[in-house]
Design a protein. Structure first.
Length: 196
């Protein structure tokens, strides 16, 4: 069972609320990544787990040729309304429906910690990135390092449990994901926030 089967239904029920209430909280991350990517009209960009398309919309305004994939059909519907020029798909981050080396930039915001098979999702992100391209991701950190940990725990008590076999969204996965990504990176280099 892949991410779309595990997460698609959960996010479908909340797509409108995510787009209107929550997504704007990620704009500072989006702006930082946009600055680092230095997009232009020659940039082909894929946003994995694009949700309702806020980042894709911002990337398109910077001139990029944009694509997005998400597990939730309801989220993709909103993304298509926001960015009519975008190329959107409903599907698995562990089995991206794109040819090898298709994109100059691949992003994933609040994405890879939801993957049913995180290592496979990261391998797919790398596979579809052109040689010399960039992969940028933002994922939840360790709870003790998260200034909103108390709020997230309180909100978590209001949510239904994930379906059997689904990864818990706030499970401490970011360290594991980063170590997997770094082991598989062709250049084996890491850029820290604020560095160039």
């Amino acid at each position: 069972m892949g991410t779309a089967q595990l997460q698609g239904g959960l996010w479908a029920e909340r797509a409108y609320y995510w787009a209107t209430l929550m997504e704007r909280n990620e704009i500072p991350f989006f702006e930082t990544v946009l600055m680092k990517l230095a997009l232009d009209s020659t940039t082909a960009l894929l946003d994995i787990a694009c949700g309702t398309g806020q980042f894709v919309q911002m990337a398109a305004l910077h001139g990029a040729q944009v694509s997005g994939i998400d597990a939730s059909a309801a989220s993709i519907e909103i993304a298509r309304e926001r960015v009519p020029s975008g190329n959107f798909a409903i599907g698995e981050m562990e089995e991206l429906p794109y040819a090898d080396h298709s994109f100059d930039a691949v992003t994933g915001f609040n994405a890879f910690q939801y993957a049913a098979i995180p290592a496979r999702a990261l391998q797919e992100a790398r596979r579809v990135t052109k040689p010399g391209g960039k992969v940028a991701m933002v994922a939840w950190g360790k709870p003790e390092d998260c200034e909103t940990d108390v709020t997230l725990k309180a909100l978590g008590t209001l949510l239904p449990p994930p379906p059997p076999g689904a990864p818990a969204p706030l499970r401490e996965r970011s360290i594991v994901l980063m170590s997997i990504l770094m082991r598989r990176s062709p250049s084996n280099r890491s850029e820290q926030p604020g560095q160039r």
